[in-house]
Design a protein around this ligand. Sequence first.
Ligand SMILES: Cc1cc2nc3c(=O)[nH]c(=O)nc-3n(C[C@H](O)[C@H](O)[C@H](O)COP(=O)(O)OP(=O)(O)OC[C@H]3O[C@@H](n4cnc5c(N)ncnc54)[C@H](O)[C@@H]3O)c2cc1C
Length: 251
Amino acid sequence: MPLAPVPEELRYVLVGRAWVTPVVAELSLEPAGRPLEFLPGQYVLVCDDDYRIPPRSYSVANAPDPSGALTLLVTDVAEGVTSRWLTRDAPLGVALVVSGPYGTFLADPDSGRPVLGLAGGSGLAPILALAEDAIRRGLPEPFTLLFSARTEEHLIHHARLTAWDQDHDRFQYVRTLTRASGPPPTGHVPDVLPALLPDLSRHDVFIAGSPGFVAACVAVVRDLGCPPGALHTEEFYAEPQPWGRLADEEV
Ligand SMILES: Cc1cc2nc3c(=O)[nH]c(=O)nc-3n(C[C@H](O)[C@H](O)[C@H](O)COP(=O)(O)OP(=O)(O)OC[C@H]3O[C@@H](n4cnc5c(N)ncnc54)[C@H](O)[C@@H]3O)c2cc1C
């Protein structure tokens, strides 16, 4: 397993933003100076350079690039301070503070085990970074990505992932829709996965998304035989609210 770089605080610039679903925006960040070193699957803390916007965790959605560019997939959380600022209010060109990298959602390139990535919503970000890295390394082991979305319009990078599937024999992309009819599969991951991969005893499994999504996936993945040491999770939990704000609400 490669050693993760030591976390540091660096300056970046927001250079692009586009809605990739009705609720998820893709942000493009370029380094204003020295670029961040990170491993595929890690996350960073992002805030404005006046520290008025609270720093929040976001998984990097691309494999490391010599240019130092970072791509983030940010869900617009209603009344979410930082996500709303990043997806709607922050002007292009604004300076950002990026701290990191953090996290142990890391693939062992020498594991020799097939990989399964399960992603819901913006949880696709770290799985995308792992998949991109595996493709760059020539897919030494098969990689299956199962992405769960409510409807077709909630699919993220469907065209790119479909092209990866077509271009690489060992990369399989499957999408499932949970709130719409359409070509199979449809339904939640626990309903779809057993037919797709009934035996996970030899797989490394990576699951990323909301805590509820991760918990539901962990249960089915264990039932399908994935050993604990081969199961990796990244829960996009909400940061605890400041004590003062909680106290105000409770009074
Ligand atoms: C390791 C890690 C990686 C993460 N990576 C990503 C990522 O790649 N993309 C991404 O979009 N998010 C990611 N998150 C979540 C992110 O860090 C923030 O929690 C999220 O953007 C909300 O922050 P906020 O400041 O907008 O909301 P806050 O102001 O902190 O919260 C406002 C209100 O919204 C609620 N809330 C917060 N988050 C959610 C949510 N997701 N769904 C529903 N209600 C919510 C809170 O409980 C609160 O009531 C990650 C979290 C962790 C821990």
